[in-house]
Design a protein around this ligand. Structure first.
Ligand code: HEM
Length: 307
């Protein structure tokens, strides 16, 4: 399980960092996220994923727009049409800038917003260590570090280890897939063309596969529609441990989810979480705090971006 001792806070980041610099920053963020969630619950999973994608380098660079000469992270392959919640971050940033210009980084806003999103969907609260600064560059090519849904256990683990996270922490973080949705094209290989001579992934529960096929039909050319989506599971706005329980009935949505049953260690961690939601939530929080400190910029590195 994720070790409590393993969860250290980089000296440069501090809980309550904005207390004297911008006292209402956290409150403004909470208000905006709560308001957006009241209108569209999907904002919560969107913000959580946005923070994860930014974090494989926590410097706010997932928010930077592409230019004619540079394709930014937000338009890189794993992001593109699939990320959501950017408009909420824009609203937060505008209000925070009005209250305290040039003080609160976009990277910190993403970290607080992800925490608030988890809280709104029934997860645990945690204090967010802050003081990140924003990166100046954002390159679509940097999104290659973000794991793909087709990854097996070794590949997925490798992508987390490369960022300083353990496999146990990865297993805890993947419970995020208990909320939200996926675009069909992320998983249609498992339904229609899994491997040579095998149409459907044998590791996919046949009834669940039928349900997914109904929601993700192919067009006449056999191609999955780019805009259709499916929920991650039966309770897509609730941070419960059903994600882990579903793996044991072969209802993990992606190969990278179902693969957690491919080793005894990860499978027993998943089994433990499936019956102990609170234990999962606690490990999840520790892993989130660690993830949110990957490659942060602090001190005089980077900048506080204005938008
Ligand atoms: C092996 C690691 C991972 C892979 C391969 C992966 C892959 C994906 C993919 C393909 C989607 C669907 C996006 C779409 O088409 O709309 C997704 C959604 C999501 N992921 Fe992950 N992910 C991983 C780890 C994580 C982690 C560590 C977090 C958070 C800490 C996370 C949070 C989410 C959330 C909340 C959604 C739902 C987004 C929404 O509803 O808009 N994922 N993930």
């Amino acid at each position: 399980m994720v070790s409590l001792l393993g969860c250290h806070i980089e000296a440069a980041l501090q809980v309550g960092y904005y207390g004297d610099k911008c006292p209402f920053a956290e409150k403004i963020i909470r208000e905006e996220v709560t308001e957006a969630f009241a209108k569209d619950k999907g904002i919560a999973p969107g913000l959580l994923r946005l923070h994860f994608h930014d974090c494989f380098g926590c410097d706010g660079s997932v928010l930077i727009d592409s230019t004619p000469t540079n394709q930014a992270e937000k338009d890189g392959p794993p992001n593109g049409v699939t990320i959501r919640g950017l408009e909420v971050i824009d609203c937060v940033k505008a209000r925070v800038e009005a209250a305290c210009p040039g003080v609160v980084s976009c990277a910190d806003i993403l970290a607080y917003a992800a925490r608030d999103a988890v809280l709104l969907t029934g997860g645990l609260y945690w204090e967010v260590p802050a003081g990140r600064r924003d990166g100046r560059v954002s390159r679509a090519s940097e999104t290659v570090d973000i794991p793909a849904p087709t990854f097996n256990l070794a590949q997925a683990t490798q992508s987390f280890v490369k960022k300083g996270l353990t496999q146990d922490e990865m297993v805890a973080l993947l419970g995020s897939h208990t909320i939200g949705r996926s675009h069909c094209f992320q998983l249609t290989n498992r339904l229609y063309n899994f491997s040579t001579g095998v149409r459907q992934d044998p590791n996919l529960n046949p009834l669940y596969a039928e349900h997914l096929k109904q929601n993700c039909p192919r067009n006449v050319r056999g191609i999955a529609n780019q805009t259709l989506v499916v929920f991650m599971n039966q309770s897509p706005y609730l941070m419960d441990s059903s994600y882990y329980a579903n793996l044991f009935t072969n209802q993990g949505l992606f190969t990278s989810d179902q693969t957690l049953l491919d080793s005894q260690r990860t499978a027993s961690q998943a089994a433990f979480y499936s019956g102990n939601s609170l234990a999962w939530q606690a490990d999840f929080v520790h892993a989130m705090i660690k993830m949110s400190q990957i490659q942060v910029l602090t001190g005089d590195q980077g900048e506080i971006r204005a938008n």
